[in-house]
Design a protein around this ligand. Sequence first.
Ligand SMILES: [Zn+2]
Length: 530
Amino acid sequence: MRIYTFDTTLRDGTQGEAVSFSVDDKLLIAQKLDEFGIDYIEGGWPGSNPKDKEFFARAKDLRLRHAKLTAFGATRLARNPVHADASVLALVEAETPVVAVFGKTWDFHVRRALGIELDENLVLVADTVAFLKSHGREVVYDAEHFFDGYIANPDYALKTLEAAHTAGADVLCLCDTNGGTQTPRLRDIVGEVRRRFDGVIGIHPHNDSEVAVANALAAIEVGATHVQGCMNGYGERCGNANLSAVIANLELKLGHTTVGRERLTDLTAVCTFIAELANLPLRGDQPFVGKSAFAHKGGVHVSAVLKDSATYEHIPPKLVGNRQRVLVSDLAGRGNIMYKLDQHGLASRLDENARRALLDRVKQLEYEGYEFESAEGTFELLMREALEPGRRFFDVESYEVTMRSAGADGPRATATVTLRTDAGPVSTTAAGHGPFNALHECLCKSLATLYPQVANIRLTDYKVRVLDSYKGTAAKVRVLIEWSDHQRSWSTVGVSDNVIEASWRALLDAFSLELRRAQDSAPALAPAEA
Ligand SMILES: [Zn+2]
């Protein structure tokens, strides 16, 4: 069946504590969701803040090919006639084809929050929906707290739906606003509403009990055909139903159509794009689209997955635009190493003894605190070194760093590095903002004449983790650095009880890998860790 998707990332999603989008971000996301095939894009609440007002003003220039832009707001205030209610008028002024308007369903809320009589609330609902319909809008009526309201007073909850329905609402959307309704109960209630009303029934579940996606799917099972949620599950408190998971489940497991199977292959890219604009990491374990969703670590799993990926994967990852990853770790067996060698086109170039030696080296380094799961660059370097153990581009003879803080100038660092290179010994001194910056400068200067490409290597992220915290400030640390050369990105890792030494090792790996890649005829890691 065709199920209509209603994305509220730009409205409910931004009510999440960590989520904030600029107006420009919101316009870019709306465009992306449209290209992906979302049916409704709720852009914000024009009556509530200047940012959303600006969004709707600028959204008039958006060229949406498929999606209907939706403005969100509330039923009129009890003291205003509908045609004089500023918030309702702002909805009309947003000039969107669709308006989503929420009203009170729960008698407790009507009396306590609005402080009005139950019958008067029915008039607010009917008035507002009818007014918006008279302005030619498609109206999605969001029945706030529908499930809590129904459980408390089913007759009254149904009366509020009746008021919206009679006034012409196109969709009756049932909201689990507090996100606490359990799936079997929710399913029964949606089924009851389905029996009583014709037209489109929608579902808007929140995730406070971690069952929002299940609740969305259960509602659809009993007749809802309109589903609201947010990409990546963003939203107030614990978030909304994760629309990316809802869509993937509907398309791949339940035989329904939303964006269509072809566009579904963009799912991972869409979720990643939105996470980047939200400046939040895409959760690694996010179903379908996270980078760990099809990652295999245990040796037994890996050897089975290499025979047939269906052994440990519920769907082929390419259906949602994700990919299988095999992680290198101390749980790894030969299978993981073989997979990686294959991925780099190096398998046939390493004999059995060299493979065993490589595996032993990986295990020894992991024992020392190295971790290769998120440092595929260092691992690639180990593989390339195993291929050509004698080849060295440079060796470090010595390095020295000093730091000095005097007066108002703040601290400055100076480093001196001496290398042995193909062109003989090279010694360089450079200043930097900090010791690591000074070392990086030295290495660039030392190698720039011989290997000009090193000038393109820049740091994009830096993380440090304490490995044995009981040693206090003498503890060993693991430094993980992400690099980019404008074409690809990769990560390297260094471990030491000295944070500068650990960073230095990760830096040397980044440079050595760049030089080996340029020289080796074997292809580089194609799907980099970007
Ligand atoms: Zn909500």
